[in-house]
Design a protein. Structure first.
Length: 273
């Protein structure tokens, strides 16, 4: 679901998973381009709205000297248009009901109803990425009623701090867990990833050294890799490593998610260190 969800859907399709997107684009060139990329990759787009009243949301990223210098993002089309496919299709007994995992990404999409989250979870794993922390970031108090229905809560360091209201990452993670998060996965870029669960010590997976040429889509690729590994029965620590490996490949190829890896490529990266 959402723009970041489109990235994850693309990567999941590259990993051989039948994935669907519930979101919205405008009836413009950018929307047509994104629709084409996703369609060619095999993503199910029956839940993608082509809005006649709102343009496609776009993000402009300037990548120079190994750093992301600028990101501009207008109000997302999905905020205006996607309530119908998300709360409707996921909750009805149509094609969305057949999916074993439902993921939501993007600040606006964090505000899904408890009923929708509950229905989705009865059919499989639910995951929510609280980023990006732009516009009106979702806060812990706002999301707390939904946490019992979310299997995997995803964020990066910055997003978690905004979400939990503290810059201390250990405190922020503990606040999320105390509020009801069943599994919090923290994406830490080159430093790997960490997982926090109630009553258990944190798990950490190391990142993979790579010369970064473009970090756009790395977090969404991690999400896809993590969920792919969990769905294939791997232990959480292994799934964290799988997500890190997948993200490192995308970061090194310089094509964002258009450079999404196959399972064989991810496994080769893991085996090669």
């Amino acid at each position: 679901m959402g723009g970041n969800g489109a990235n994850s859907a693309y990567v999941l399709a590259a990993l051989g998973v039948h994935s669907a997107l519930f979101s919205a684009v405008g009836a413009d060139l950018f929307g047509a381009t994104v629709h084409g990329w996703l369609s060619e990759r095999g993503v199910d787009l029956r839940g993608l709205i082509r809005s006649q009243t709102h343009g496609s949301a776009t993000t402009t990223a300037r990548w120079t000297a190994g750093a992301l210098h600028l990101v501009l993002s207008p109000r997302p089309t999905a905020r205006h248009e996607t309530g119908r496919p998300i709360t409707g299709a996921v909750g009805r007994g149509d094609h969305a009901a057949d999916y074993r995992a439902v993921t939501a990404a993007g600040t606006a999409l964090g505000r899904v109803s408890g009923d929708t989250a509950c229905r989705s979870r009865t059919r499989g794993r639910t995951a929510l990425d609280i980023g990006p922390a732009l516009g009106e970031p979702v806060a812990l108090d706002e999301l707390a009623p939904l946490l019992p229905y979310i299997d995997v809560l995803l964020a990066n360091d910055y997003e978690l701090g905004i979400f939990a209201g503290t810059d201390d990452l250990d405190s922020a993670a503990q606040r999320a867990v105390d509020a009801g998060a069943r599994l919090l996965v923290l994406k830490r870029g080159k430093d790997g990833a960490s997982a926090y669960r109630p009553g258990q010590p944190p798990l950490h997976a190391a990142g993979f050294p790579v010369e970064a040429t473009n970090t756009v889509g790395a977090g969404d690729t991690f999400n896809a890799g993590l969920l792919y590994a969990l769905d294939h029965g791997h232990a959480l620590e292994t799934a964290l490593t799988y997500g890190c490996a997948a993200a490192s490949i995308v970061v090194g190829r310089g094509k964002s998610v258009l450079g999404a890896p196959t399972p064989a490529e991810v496994e080769a990266r893991i085996d090669g260190g």
